[in-house]
Design a protein around this ligand. Structure first.
Ligand SMILES: CC(C)(COP(=O)(O)OP(=O)(O)OC[C@H]1O[C@@H](n2cnc3c(N)ncnc32)[C@H](O)[C@@H]1OP(=O)(O)O)[C@@H](O)C(=O)NCCC(=O)NCCS
Length: 198
């Protein structure tokens, strides 16, 4: 497959980024677009990339500041998301290229780890592993355990273990984990039961 280039987001891309996120996330599109704006407004965006393989922006990824609440002190880490690829451009390697580029930026910046919540079938192929098995705790039990994933980078040190803490914007817009039927559907697809089930 042809190499898909990515580049840092510029101010002129803001509308295109909102459009791509809204198109990729369907019903959740408006809140995801709002999340991107709030992460910017609160100064929590660390890295942000777009892909425009045909000359127009069709993919976007954002890395925000988070922390691992380790016993010794807070360890700064990154949270990957949202990741959006316009439906017309999906399954052509755009999402993978954005994730690879985001991880390379995080590594180059000396970050310790990148966390996300997402489908392990997709992100496992991109180098992520189950974060629970690696010794981290989920920020919410509404994130199915297999969906809570991490890549540790060269700067990671063993003391940095504990619960992942998201920045405020995710909580303010209720963008942490899943609720209701959506949570039940994803847990069923992953073959696990809800902790509240008897
Ligand atoms: C998930 C998403 C970013 C993938 O982008 P993409 O550019 O289509 O991904 P790639 O082309 O790099 O990879 C496509 C491959 O991943 C697979 N894939 C896509 N979404 C997947 C998912 N949720 N779970 C498992 N595999 C998935 C495809 O089947 C395809 O595999 P194949 O080519 O072997 O059939 C895109 O589908 C999207 O924007 N979805 C809506 C928003 C979203 O769910 N974002 C991620 C959560 S934060």
């Amino acid at each position: 497959m042809e190499q898909i280039e990515t580049r840092p987001v510029q101010q002129a891309d803001r509308d295109a980024v909102r459009r791509v996120a809204a198109a990729a996330f369907g019903d959740e599109g408006p809140v995801i677009a709002e999340l991107i704006d709030l992460l910017h407004a609160t100064g929590r965006v660390e890295h942000e990339l777009v892909a425009e393989p045909g000359g127009a922006v069709v993919g976007h990824v954002l890395l925000s500041r988070g922390w691992v609440d380790a016993p010794e002190r807070l360890a700064p880490v990154l949270v990957l998301g949202p990741l959006s690829v316009d439906p017309t451009a999906q399954r052509a390697g755009v999402g993978s290229a954005l994730v690879h580029a985001a991880l390379a930026q995080a590594q180059a910046a000396g970050e310790a780890a990148v966390f996300l919540e997402g489908d392990p079938g997709y992100y496992g192929r991109l180098g992520f592993e189950p974060a629970g098995e690696a010794g981290f705790e989920r920020p919410s039990t509404r994130i199915p355990e297999p969906a809570f994933q991490v890549v540790t980078l060269a700067a990671f040190e063993p003391w940095m273990s504990g619960r992942l803490v998201y920045c405020d914007a995710f909580w303010e817009l209720d963008c942490v984990g899943l609720r209701g039927e959506h949570l039940a559907d994803v847990e069923a697809a992953l073959g696990i039961g809800s902790p509240t089930d008897g």
